[in-house]
Design a protein around this ligand. Structure first.
Ligand code: SF4
Length: 337
């Protein structure tokens, strides 16, 4: 344990001298003076210590950048990140703050200081992101509570790989929204890419929706890896079986870290979006590309454009209290505070 950015966590069970961490679906068995898989949660004298009291990065962004398209469009969000991850993704864009967590430097911050920034900048939302929020969920919850004290209207969310445990989810009562990655719909490929099991993520998606959190799903499309018609159809059918109006963002992967498949182009994304829409999903978007048609929202009934977006930002929102201005159909989402 290399620094003091840690606090005791209640999310564990004891088995003799071993602590079982209950934060994510790895349920690591952690020996004394050892880390779990994420290299961030630590067994110190029989107590489970979790990351606390600092940030690796912070930023003010349009909420469309998370990406969230059906949650307060055009609003500003405060993003904060910690360190560590429970996945080992071959294409990780945040590997500097995700792997080798014990060596990642943090800037000291109190939860109140972060909440103060959200208040000063008048953000509508605050989100734990950049690394995997589950790893420091206790810290995230403290920040959310402070933010809510200062602004009872503020909405709180996480940008997650979806491997959080049911126990962690039940701690996150303050949450309003969750963005979950569905990195592949093929068990073998999912494991090869992430070193984790697809079933855990599928369970988390179902559980999060059933508990009433606003959920949007993201799949980075990797050519010659997860872009086959069959895989896109299967993933779309899974999402549609929960709710055909769940927004699904199919975003363009770019080579990074240990993966060097070619980057996805607009045509690849366009094909995948069409397949998903044919399966019956109502809100499928292309992401990480510049294309208004693939990033705008169309009424599920009359098909007219109701929200126009540019690259990761809102251009025009015609919805009236969430309803299409042309045929009055309700479009699912959180449109107003
Ligand atoms: S958060 Fe997950 S990976 Fe990290 S120690 Fe806990 S169970 Fe293991």
């Amino acid at each position: 344990m290399k620094d003091s950015f840690l606090k005791e966590s209640p999310l564990f069970e004891k088995k003799g001298d071993i602590l079982i961490c209950l934060a994510c679906r790895r349920f690591c068995h952690i020996k004394e003076d050892s880390y779990g898989f994420c290299k961030a949660r630590f067994n110190k004298n029989g107590k489970l210590m979790s990351p606390y009291g600092g940030i690796s990065s912070m930023g003010l962004d349009p909420i469309e950048k998370k990406p969230l398209y059906h949650f307060l469009p055009g609003s500003l969000t405060l993003s904060f990140g910690m360190r560590g991850c429970n996945f080992k993704c071959l294409y990780c864009q945040n590997h500097e703050i995700s792997f080798g967590a014990e060596d990642i430097p943090l800037k000291p911050f109190t939860a109140e200081q972060i909440a103060d920034i959200a208040t000063t900048e008048k953000t509508s939302t605050i989100v734990s992101t950049y690394n995997e929020p589950t790893i420091s969920i206790e810290w995230g919850i403290e920040v959310f509570k402070e933010a809510q004290k200062k602004n009872p209207e503020i909405k709180k969310g996480i940008v997650s790989n979806g491997y959080f445990s049911p126990q962690a989810l039940s701690l996150m009562k303050e949450l309003d929204f969750i963005k979950i990655d569905l990195k592949s719909f093929d068990h073998e490929k999912f494991y090869k890419l992430t070193s984790a099991n697809l079933d855990g993520v599928l369970e988390s998606i179902k559980l999060s929706v059933s508990k009433g959190f606003w959920v949007e799903i993201v799949t980075p499309l990797v050519p010659d890896f997860n872009d086959s018609q069959d895989e896109i159809k299967s993933a779309a059918s899974f999402i549609a079986s929960i709710d055909p109006e769940i927004p699904w963002h199919i975003t363009a992967y770019h080579p990074d870290f240990l993966m060097n498949n070619r980057g996805a182009q607009i045509q690849d994304i366009d094909i995948a979006v069409s397949i998903a829409k044919k399966v019956g999903l109502k809100n499928v978007y292309g992401g990480n590309i510049v294309n208004t048609r693939l990033s705008s929202t169309f009424c599920p009934l009359c098909g007219k454009e109701v929200i126009e977006r540019g690259y990761m930002g809102l251009k025009k929102n015609l919805l009236i209290k969430g309803r299409c201005p042309f045929c009055k159909t309700m479009v699912k989402g959180v449109w107003e505070l």
